[in-house]
Structure formats: structure tokens, C-alpha cells
Write a protein that binds this ligand. Sequence first.
Ligand code: URA
Length: 210
Amino acid sequence: MDEFVTVVNHPLVQHKLTIMREKQTSTAEFRQLLREISLLLAYEVTRGLELTTKRIETPICEMDAPTLEGKKLALISILRAGNGLLDGILELIPAARVGFVGMYRDPETLQPVQYYCKVPPLLDERMVIVVDPMLATGNSSAAAVRLLKEQGAKNILFLCLLAAPEGIAHMRAEHPDVPIVTASIDEKLNDHGYIVPGLGDAGDRMFGTK
Ligand code: URA
């Protein structure tokens, strides 16, 4: 597409995503696949992290070895489905700071309603990765990013599993400074705000609710 959206076309990501989309895939399998995909996506979103060097001693000699620069990054999960992506990423970046934004979508208006916000300090000095598997209308994603900017965040990236063109357009209009990384751009939204072809309700599929 362009620099604003990166689609991770890695064959493993695409293969796992196909299994997740299938309606007969069990909750346990869905959760496991989401965990595995999030590791691969985390690899992609952290590609741009700055490195510095530090002096270390190997058993053989001293060297200037690369190490991550700056404050620990912040992962912000949009509840509740964001937690599925969060778990896998934390395996790869265990020292990351973690925040939660609680948003639910009013089923009538499809507008986001915030009910919780707890984020790490010094957001202005961190790379902030917002995670939510489904970028649908973009209403809750854009609202969450707005909230994080109000808390000082400047360097924000949005990570999702599936994105609808409508959600991408919304984010581009409101947050052109927040790049999106996704495993797929799907066709459209249906009348209920679900991504088509999508995978259904990510939270329900992850937690076995209905
Ligand atoms: N949220 C979901 O879980 N699924 C969709 O298709 C859209 C929003």
C-alpha cells in the first residue's frame, strides 16, 4: 500500500492466519495461533528500534556490542482482545512496560466508550506499540491513540491482525503520524461493523465467549 500501512506477508503469518479465520478452529488453537503470530509481528514492528553499543567482555575478548537504546518500550493493549497479541509480544520483549486501555464498542452507534486507562509513565520518551487484533471502523483505535497522545505519547505504532479499509482510512485521517502494521487488509466492513471476510469476534474466539 504505502509507508502508512505495512502488511506482513511472511508465509508463516499468512498460513496461521488462514487457520484462525476458519470457523471450526477451536478456542485453544485460536489462542495458540494468535500467540505465535504475535511473535512474528513483534519481530516486524520492532525492526526500527534504535541500537547503541555497550562494552562487554566475552570469554575471548572485549567488544562493543549492540544493545537497545533508550527507555523500555511501552505496549498498550486495547481490552480485551488486545491481550491476545500482548502475551506473545511480551515473550519476545519481556522488559517492555505494559498499559491497558478499556474500550468497548456501543453496538448501536459503533462508537467507543472508554471504561479503563492505566499506562506506564514517561510515554513521551518511549516507543509505544498499541495492540488490538481487529482494526474495524477505527473508532476505538483512534480514540485509544488520542488518549495516549494526551498522556504524552509521541512515537506510536498500531499493530493489528486484520485491518478493514474503513479503519485504515479513519486512522490515516486522524493519526497520519501513527503507522499501522497488520497481517492482512480485508475487503470491507459489514452492516454490524464486522470485518469481511474477517475471523468473527476476536475476543469471543480467543476466550470462548459468545
Ligand atoms: N471486532 C472484532 O472482533 N471483529 C470484527 O470483525 C470487528 C471488530
